[in-house]
Design a protein around this ligand. Structure first.
Ligand SMILES: [Fe+2]
Length: 253
């Protein structure tokens, strides 16, 4: 910074660190820093402890600097069109004295980010994940939409649903001029609702109308929208929202 450089800088030589601390009663000194080769983590799917006491941790991961606008010390940054993540899983023993994480497993090569699970399964073994996907084969009109985004590269053009039991990924493609924001999962009403049974809701930016839309997809019929609500305004690209059922709001008062 004193030399006039960027406030933030990518360092391709620093390991990917994963801090683990006991769920209850921990203090800062209890954190144990595991490490893996340099990588760029964005957001996480979920993590849980399996029957043998291992931690299972799923997330999208890439070896490219996703924050390409903050280059490395030499000014190198990837072309945003070449940045793609894979969905990976780390399985490791938190009691291990070896702080080098075992090699991660690639769950899927799908280019994804902003993953979510059915919130009832946070911290528990999950079998479904929902996320944003960039699949350039789905029919996005890149030549006409990119200038409208100020010449930028659209990050995500569809929603994905991974069923871990079949390892199949269903995709919802909202349209050729549409780009998705982070989804949220809403469980279907009813006591017999299974994990991942419900609705996925996402804000969608339509570059043709330059307005935003709210798309609601039924997880039982993921290929098409159950409802599309046209908003009279254009919302900025955003992230991180939660659905709270009115029943739960009542319980908290
Ligand atoms: Fe975030």
């Amino acid at each position: 910074m004193k030399q006039g450089g960027e406030h933030w800088q990518w360092n391709p030589d620093i390991p990917f660190y994963l801090g683990v601390l006991p769920r209850r009663g921990a203090s800062g000194t209890n954190v144990k820093w595991f490490r893996a080769p340099n990588a760029f983590p964005g957001h996480t799917v979920n993590a849980y402890e399996d029957d043998s006491g291992n931690i299972v941790f799923d997330l999208p991961l890439t070896d490219k600097n996703v924050f390409f606008w903050w280059p490395d010390a030499q000014g190198n940054a990837p072309n945003p069109e070449q940045i793609a993540a894979q969905l990976v899983r780390f399985t490791f023993d938190p009691r291990s004295e070896d702080l080098d994480l075992p090699q991660h497993e690639i769950i899927s090569g799908v280019d994804c980010e902003f993953p979510r699970v059915d919130d009832r399964f946070v911290g528990r073994k999950h079998s479904h994940a929902f996320f944003n996907v960039m699949d350039s084969t789905l029919g996005t009109d890149f030549p006409n939409t990119m200038p409208k985004m100020g010449g930028g590269y659209a990050p995500y053009n569809s929603l994905g649903h991974l069923n871990y039991q079949t390892m199949a990924i269903e995709k919802y493609f909202p349209g050729p001029t549409h780009f998705v924001q982070e989804p949220v999962f809403v469980a279907r009403k009813g006591s017999t609702t299974a994990e991942g049974d419900g609705w996925v809701i996402a804000l969608v930016n339509n570059a043709a109308t330059m307005a935003s839309e709210l798309h609601i997809v039924d997880t039982r019929n993921f290929g098409k929208a159950q409802a599309i609500i046209d908003l009279p305004i254009r919302l900025r690209a955003g992230l991180h929202g939660n659905w709270v059922d009115s029943q739960d709001l009542k319980l908290s008062t």
